[in-house]
Design a protein around this ligand. Structure first.
Ligand SMILES: Cc1cc2nc3c(=O)[nH]c(=O)nc-3n(C[C@H](O)[C@H](O)[C@H](O)COP(=O)(O)OP(=O)(O)OC[C@H]3O[C@@H](n4cnc5c(N)ncnc54)[C@H](O)[C@@H]3O)c2cc1C
Length: 665
């Protein structure tokens, strides 16, 4: 475990609000929100704190303001009418002002040492204390904080380190769910799916940078299947109503081959295409935690809830927790405790009452990641039970999921099963072996006992504990809203406002547009893939990241778009405390390519060590822990055997694929 000094050295404020407050003296100050405290801090010169090594000459950087200037005069001179010119100029000035505002939002490096973080937890009496920092817990914390309730969130590991970073990355109603609902004539299930579609649409408003539509291709091998499946897809569209992403449609065999060149063509008659939303689950979870903190919640990772005392005469519960970094015990008091511990919900229920009946029936699902050329443009899926899907994700191919034994380590049998099933979907002359597996992971679905095992379940106890279990990523927000509505009613809490999470932009979403990568490329002279990666991971915070760590735009891996500035940013603004936090959940490299993560590890530890004052012993310990994590949870050396790009995307491999299937590259 890391020594307490590590925590003390952590400077983990949130990035500033994009609205700096101008001090009368002319100095810019920003309001830094952390926990329930709001502090005014003078901006320090961040660039002077950038890591000295390795030395790079300062890059010439084109500011967007400069880029816009010539455009103004050129366009203006071209405009015939003065009115048009004025309007045009005004529009450009507004855009310019908005961009300047974003770019001048220099982050502060004000240190908020752990003592203060933990003191905030011990000093306050919270209205709501949430246990578990997954999608459900972070969603509840955000809902509570945004209603003006005094909120705390405790997570035993890192935010999103449970199931919430190991999902299939799809936000959907589910075609298979529709099929089974129709078979069982389950109207309730149909209504639930309708709600899921409404929820899915909200992600496009609240976190547009972290989600994107993906085309789901369903190959048709028998003409008899076509009308049945076509009707199903049209019903799916109908159920989604106004919130459908794009109408489903048919592709001929030739068009299907063009869209998915790797697909087996033997009996292909064509395909049906529907559209779903794909997300970056771990970053979405982090965005929820950060937004909750911005709304005033006290959020802490690496704090384990160990004991729940019964409510006292005033109805307040004492929660005993342990800061796993300093090994210190904390006593946190709250009127209402929400148990969002996912697959571990029963452990928390047992802390509440020894008589509580077990409700959790977790199931496990495994995914593997292959090189990107297996599914470059669209996802391939099917409706048969046990059929696997393959879809593009983070420039790679995500294949999943197979049900397996409970546990967190992906097994060889599960990986073999996924490979076998996927092999049946692709052309026979395309090589697919164990050596193509770049990464493999297993997640626990926090299902509950009973027929509707994957539906959300909200349980109240007489002792002011609410347990919210099961459900999925797609409906996390609705679950959180229902939980808080229940808590407010049952425990007579006094929120200052109604639920507003359906319109609350998450961290990095404000002012985000699809043009952001272009702006980043122009302003910071970045390659396209780096700009796209930063835009899709950090949203408009990418400006802060790039301008704050100007001298750190070098790549961490020559084949991947991740840059060093991300490590600095993760430590200072995103609560990253270990190398695993950075490699697995801030940058997602461990999830897509364990060998690449391994290659990046020494530099990541070096930067984190510099930022967090790690001793050599702590750095070595971090290296060791990360290697163990990559081996145990990401399949390195066991099931993920690919030597990164060298085997899977070696020049020779590329040449073979390019020659056979030129349309892929
Ligand atoms: C293989 C698989 C594929 C999936 N695919 C999809 C999909 O495509 N779309 C979709 O919508 N959903 C999907 N899901 C479901 C979705 O991932 C989960 O429903 C969701 O992530 C559950 O979030 P959670 O917060 O309830 O649980 P978790 O993410 O597991 O969070 C619970 C947290 O509680 C913490 N905790 C436990 N005990 C304590 C304690 N004592 N003190 C403090 N903290 C504690 C844990 O560390 C953990 O981080 C999938 C799930 C799996 C397993």
């Amino acid at each position: 475990m890391l020594p307490a000094s590590v925590r003390r050295a952590v400077a983990c404020p949130l990035p500033p609000n994009p609205h700096p407050h101008f001090h009368p003296s002319g100095a810019v100050a920003v309001l830094v929100h952390f926990g329930n405290s709001t502090r005014k801090t003078k901006v320090k010169d961040i660039e002077s704190q950038a890591m000295p090594e390795p030395h790079r000459p300062p890059r010439p950087r084109k500011r967007l303001r400069q880029c816009l200037r010539p455009q103004v005069s050129a366009d203006a001179s071209a405009s015939a009418s003065a009115g048009v010119r004025v309007r045009h100029l005004a529009t450009l000035l507004i855009i310019n002002a908005a961009v300047t505002m974003l770019m001048t939002a220099t982050p502060t490096l004000a240190e908020i040492p752990s003592k203060e973080q933990l003191k905030a937890l011990s000093d306050n009496i919270f209205d709501v204390l949430v246990i578990g920092g997954g999608a459900t817990g972070c969603g509840c914390a955000l809902d509570a904080a945004s209603r003006g309730l005094k909120t705390a969130l405790l997570e035993v590991s890192d935010f999103g380190s449970g199931s919430s970073s190991k999902s299939s990355k799809l936000l959907h109603g589910g075609l298979r769910s529709l099929q089974s609902a129709l078979r069982a004539r389950d109207t309730k299930q149909l209504l639930r799916m309708y709600d899921d579609f409404q929820e899915r649409a909200l992600f496009l408003k609240t976190a547009p940078h972290l989600v994107k539509p993906v085309a789901m291709v369903m190959p048709i091998e028998e003409y008899g299947d076509l009308p049945r499946h076509w009707l199903l897809l049209k019903l799916y569209d109908l159920l989604a109503g106004g919130s459908k992403l794009k109408a489903s449609h048919f592709l001929s065999a030739k068009q299907t081959h063009f869209a998915c060149p790797m697909l087996r063509m033997d009996n292909l008659k064509g395909s049906l295409v529907s559209y779903e939303l794909q997300m970056d689950d771990a970053r979405l979870c982090l965005a929820l935690a950060l937004t909750a903190a911005r709304q005033g919640a006290s959020v802490a990772n690496y704090v384990q809830v160990q004991q729940l005392s019964p409510p006292d005469l005033t109805g307040i519960r004492l929660v005993i927790a342990k800061d796993l970094l300093s090994q210190q015990q904390l006593a946190v008091r709250a009127t209402c405790v929400i148990n969002a511990a996912g697959a571990f919900a029963d452990y928390v229920r047992l802390m509440d009452s020894k008589q509580s009946v077990a409700i959790a029936r977790p199931t496990a699902g495994t995914h593997i990641v292959l090189p990107g050329y297996f599914a470059r443009n669209c996802a391939v899926h099917g409706l048969r039970p046990g059929e696997v899907f393959a879809m593009p994700w983070q420039g790679h191919t995500l294949v999943g999921s197979s049900d397996g034994a409970l546990g967190l380590e992906p097994m060889q049998t599960e990986v073999d099963e996924l490979l076998d099933k996927f092999r049946q979907k692709i052309r026979q002359d395309v090589l697919l072996s164990k050596k193509h597996v770049l990464s493999a992971w297993k997640g626990l679905w926090p299902s509950v006992a009973g027929p509707g095992s994957r539906r959300p379940l909200l349980l109240g106890s007489e002792r002011r504990l609410l347990t919210i279990a099961s459900g999925d990523w797609t409906n996390y927000r609705a679950m959180a809203e229902d939980t808080l509505d229940g808590a407010i009613k049952m425990l007579r809490l006094h929120p200052q406002s109604e639920c507003c999470t359906h319109r609350l932009p998450l961290e990095g979403a404000r002012h985000w547009t699809k043009e952001l990568p272009l702006e980043l490329m122009r302003s910071f002279d970045l390659p396209a893939n780096v700009a796209h990666h930063l835009s899709e991971s950090y949203g408009t915070n990418a400006f802060t990241l790039l301008s704050a760590f100007d001298g750190c735009h070098g790549r961490l891996h020559d084949q991947l778009p991740h840059i060093e500035a991300e490590v600095h940013y993760a430590v200072l603004f995103e609560y990253a405390l270990t190398a695993v936090d950075v490699l697995a959940r801030r940058m997602r490299v461990a999830f897509v390519d364990v060998a690449a993560a391994m290659q990046m590890l020494p530099r990541v530890v070096q930067i984190m060590g510099w930022r967090l004052n790690w001793t050599t012993a702590v750095q070595e310990d971090q290296m060791l822990r990360t290697v163990r994590f990559l081996q145990a949870e990401m399949g390195m050396g066991t099931v993920a055997l690919s030597d990164s790009m060298t085997i899977a995307q070696s020049e020779m491999d590329k040449r073979i694929v390019t020659k056979k299937y030129p349309e892929i590259y």
